[in-house]
Design a protein around this ligand. Structure first.
Ligand code: UD1
Ligand code: CA
Length: 460
């Protein structure tokens, strides 16, 4: 679609979101692992570049969030203020200086996270083709709840009545107002000042402009879209529902790209994650943030990834938690492994049962198979770490490094009291406490010698 600079998009996000019962402004409520408003902003920003968000309640927080969004996505979304929240009609009026010189204005409720850019494009095209004074987007709600009802009069006029103001017959109508409106600016300017607040909520309702336009014999149209994209989010239950719809969309996208999932109903993937064909996702997996999983890797049950980079043909056996870390290719980990804080495991490395690896570099083909903690450590290639080995990296004040060369063999239950250094091809005896550097090719023995006291048990 061609970008039309004379179209502006005003997103209303100044409301309190009282029904959320949360101190966080409604539009910042987390949906998967992003703020709810990000989904709408991303859809809108695909083809439109003149966007403003109207903030008010919790406005500083929303403003800060939008500024971050702008820098993350190289956008230039404007912040406008509605200091007092007197209703959606009042909201649009507050922004009049921003939109009055445009040709057309799209107004969106801030709580429409499921709207896609394709649908928005289709609607813009339809509006441009028909050029009415106003087009309101509607859908047939299975359960119309508290949505504003679309009333189609005998003379083909369309108006909206809010649920709280509606009579029994009107409440029975299933066609509802989605909270998405297209206006010809010239027409909107003519009526916006005539809104009244003599209604059940004492608010200036934007939907009332339809009746005002009808009175002026302006042309008002209604465009119906699917309910799947237009759910408004007012409560925690509705947030859970739309999150689930978004979750399914993301999963379907990745399955379309060749990702195999055994039980998609239990899998959560962030909108920012990137998967590849041949990836297998077992039940109960969560993949968050900007995680990347390359071809043919296997993500076992119970694994949780946050900003993890997983190379090709890796295997996370089960219950592997990875945060801000990278696995190169053919790495195997798990079950029950925690890898965090800029850890890097090179090709064919292995982190086995009950192992924690923090801020460490594990070299090619090196193995940490059982019950170990590697913190602030650097391991060369082909190192074998015996079961129960620990880097004692914290001296009570600061973190210290352990550096282990290539081809080292570390005996079980070795304690490296960091800072510690081990040369290439060296070994440590099982149970050693290493407090001095170990030269290359040496065996370090750092344990008490065994003494046998004959007959001791019998005497006792
Ligand atoms: C609104 C519509 C209703 C429609 C529904 C669709 C009105 C009066 N009613 O109801 O017809 O069916 O959306 O989801 O518009 N906001 C402001 N300033 C305000 C008040 C609201 O910016 O003074 C913002 C809110 O932050 C929100 C949006 O406008 O993003 C809609 O407000 P909300 O209270 O959610 O309206 P609904 O009751 O859902
Ligand atoms: Ca709403």
């Amino acid at each position: 679609m061609e970008v039309n600079n004379k179209i502006g998009v005003l997103i209303m996000a100044a409301g309190k979101g009282t029904r959320m019962k949360s101190s966080l402004p409604k539009v910042l409520q987390p949906m998967l692992d992003r703020a709810m408003i990000d989904y709408l902003l991303r859809s809108v920003a695909v083809n439109l570049n003149n966007i403003a968000v109207l903030v008010g309640s919790g406005g500083e927080q929303v403003e800060e969030h939008i500024l971050k969004f702008n820098s993350e996505f190289k956008q230039n979304i404007k912040i406008l203020w509605q200091r007092e929240q007197l209703g959606t009609g009042h909201a649009v009026k507050c922004a009049v200086d921003w939109w009055k010189d445009l040709d057309d204005l799209i107004v969106l409720n801030g709580d429409l996270p499921l709207l896609t850019s394709q649908t928005l494009d289709n609607l813009i095209n339809k509006f441009n083709l028909n050029k009415p004074d106003c087009a309101v987007i509607t859908f047939i709600a299975e359960n119309p709840g508290a949505y504003g009802r679309i009333i189609r009069e005998n003379n083909n006029k369309i108006r909206i009545v809010e649920f709280k103001d509606a009579n029994e017959a009107e409440r029975g109508v299933k066609e509802v107002n989605a909270g998405c409106y297209f206006f010809t600016v010239k027409s909107l300017l003519k009526v916006i000042d005539n809104l009244k607040n003599d209604n059940a909520q004492g608010e200036y309702y934007l939907p009332d402009v339809l009746a005002l336009m009808n009175n002026e014999n302006m042309r008002v149209e209604a465009y119906a879209v699917s309910e799947d994209e237009m759910a408004g989010v007012n409560t925690q239950a509705e947030l859970a529902q739309v999150s689930n719809v978004m979750r399914k969309r993301i999963l379907e996208y990745w399955m379309g790209e060749g990702v195999r999932m055994l039980s998609p109903e239990t899998v959560w993937i962030s909108p920012d994650a990137e998967l590849s064909r041949g990836v297998v996702i077992m039940p109960n997996v969560q993949i968050w943030g900007k995680s990347v999983i390359k071809e043919n890797s296997y993500i076992g049950s119970g694994s949780i990834l946050h900003d993890a980079i997983i190379g090709e043909s890796c295997e996370l056996v089960a219950n592997v938690v990875i945060e801000n870390s990278e696995l190169k290719n053919f790495v195997k980990a798990g079950p029950f492994v925690y890898i965090r804080d800029n850890a890097l495991l090179e090709d064919h490395a292995f982190a086995g049962k009950f192992v924690e690896i923090k801020n460490s570099h594990i070299g090619v083909n090196s193995k940490v198979p059982h019950l170990s903690y590697m913190g602030d450590a650097t391991l060369g290639h082909d190192v074998n770490i015996g079961a129960g080995t620990i880097t004692c990296n914290y001296d009570g004040e600061k973190k210290n490094k352990t550096i282990i060369g290539d081809n080292c063999f570390v005996g079980s239950d070795t304690m490296f009291v960091a800072p510690a250094q081990v040369g290439d091809n060296a070994a440590t005896a099982a149970g050693s406490v290493i407090t001095k550097p170990v030269p290359e090719n040496a065996l370090a023995v750092g344990r008490a010698r065994q003494v046998n006291i004959d007959g001791w048990v019998k005497r006792k």
